[in-house]
Design a protein around this ligand. Structure first.
Ligand code: FES
Length: 154
């Protein structure tokens, strides 16, 4: 993350002194965008640069499910399994994807193409069931859509 420090310094100017911990989320998001996940050395770097306790960084990482601690596949399939989505078939979608990809939620296929993740509410309950493919929402997803959806992901 050292190469991101100049960018983070610019960001820091927008925050009042004493609010260093507020920089954690935007910095972690930027690190993940850059590396694909947040590595141990990134945490060490943030602790040293911001002067915040390591536990604070770990808290942010564990609270926000979209922050990853290990690399994801080329296509990160995040399927919501909260109430609205479950009532509209999310568990069947997850089971179907697990079977097709040969992984359980939280795993990446051996060829590194797909990561399947079961996530909490994606904030689009009215269009359940919802999943994200990398940063894009897919709404009203039905099992019958999975052939074409997976077919699009080369
Ligand atoms: S319950 Fe799935 S998006 Fe809210």
């Amino acid at each position: 993350m050292k190469h991101l420090i100049p960018e983070f310094e610019q960001l820091r100017k927008r925050f009042p002194a004493g609010f260093e911990s507020s920089l954690l989320l935007p910095c972690l998001r930027r690190i993940q965008e850059d590396r694909g996940y947040v590595a141990d050395e990134d945490i060490d770097g943030l602790v040293a640069w911001l002067g915040v306790p390591r536990i604070q960084v770990e808290e942010v990482l564990s609270f926000y499910g979209q922050l990853r601690r290990k690399p994801a596949g080329r296509w990160n399939l995040q399927v919501c399994h909260n109430v609205s989505c479950s009532m509209h078939g999310a568990e069947r979608l997850i089971d179907n994807l697990s079977e097709r990809l040969g992984v359980t939620p939280g795993q990446t296929t051996t060829d590194g193409r797909f990561t399947l993740t079961r996530v909490e509410c994606l904030g689009s309950c009215g269009t359940a069931p919802v999943m994200m493919v990398n940063d894009q929402y897919r709404e009203n997803v039905r099992e019958g859509d999975l052939d074409s959806l997976l077919g699009e992901l080369k």
